[in-house]
Design a protein around this ligand. Structure first.
Ligand SMILES: Cc1cc2nc3c(=O)[nH]c(=O)nc-3n(C[C@H](O)[C@H](O)[C@H](O)COP(=O)(O)OP(=O)(O)OC[C@H]3O[C@@H](n4cnc5c(N)ncnc54)[C@H](O)[C@@H]3O)c2cc1C
Length: 222
């Protein structure tokens, strides 16, 4: 709320945001700007070494999809972009170093679409997509409870069954594959959160509000 300042001050200091907000019907010279929390960083992810290598041969990862060890239960402010540069370069270096020793990719069978048909139910994908977004925000958001995490896990199970069935019967599309990936990610996040019996950094669960004296990994190992 900056409405205590003279309107001229606000217009001069924040011309861009002032104009943007006016377009949304909000006058910041007269009242507070509504704010909501939003997801800003994915904390956790694919384990990599200092060379950005994963444990899957031929796969390197850098940036927000990884767990490089740089961040703990909190993201270190402003280090995320830097992390992309550092690990991007490390990955490139390591790929170049082992380029000649990399195995050829395995032969891939010809795609067989003989037993699937075009879906006339694409609304299912859209609906499931929206559903994941909503329950992940509401049940697996900033403040968690075991009960809500279990509810989310239950929904993920149902959706996975539905998507697997869909996947087997209809021609695959990018949206369908991404829906499957979203469910995988959602499941990993929920399983990891459920195995954490403490609150630490941005991982807050009301059933276990206290931080354990010793940090215990909730890294999921296949
Ligand atoms: C509002 C906000 C403010 C931030 N401020 C800062 C800051 O001040 N300092 C700082 O250090 N960090 C900041 N961050 C964090 C930082 O921006 C991110 O951590 C960083 O940009 C992540 O880069 P990335 O390359 O890992 O992922 P992304 O930038 O998310 O790149 C992933 C790319 O993959 C693409 N992609 C996704 N799915 C597919 C697919 N199936 N096929 C092909 N491509 C795909 C996406 O389109 C995207 O281009 C901020 C983040 C936000 C949201």
């Amino acid at each position: 709320d900056i409405s205590h300042q003279p309107p001229e001050f606000v217009r001069q200091h924040f011309p861009t945001i002032h104009e943007k907000l006016l377009g949304l019907g909000i006058d910041m010279t007269k009242g507070p700007i509504p704010v909501v929390p939003a997801q800003h960083y994915t904390c956790g992810g694919i384990k990599i070494g200092l060379d950005a290598k994963t444990d899957l041969p031929g796969l390197w990862a850098a940036g927000e999809c990884t767990e490089s060890g740089l961040h703990g239960a909190n993201r270190l402010a402003s280090n995320s972009l830097l992390e992309c540069f550092v690990f991007g370069e490390a990955a490139a270096k390591n790929i170049l170093e082992c380029w000649d020793t990399l195995d050829d990719p395995p032969a891939i069978l010809a795609w067989d679409e003989s037993r699937v048909t075009d879906s006339d139910e694409e609304v299912v994908i859209k609906q499931n997509w929206t559903e994941i977004r909503r329950f992940m925000w509401n049940y697996v958001g900033i403040v968690r409870t075991t009960k809500r995490l279990e509810r989310a896990a239950h929904r993920i199970r149902l959706l996975r069954e539905e998507v697997e069935d869909y996947y087997g019967h209809f021609r695959v599309t990018t949206d369908l594959i991404e829906l499957r990936n979203l469910l995988e990610c959602a499941n990993l996040i929920v399983q990891s959160a459920l195995s954490r019996k403490e609150s630490r950094g941005l991982h807050f669960i009301t059933d276990y509000p206290v931080t354990d004296p010793v940090a215990r990994d909730t890294v999921l190992i296949p």
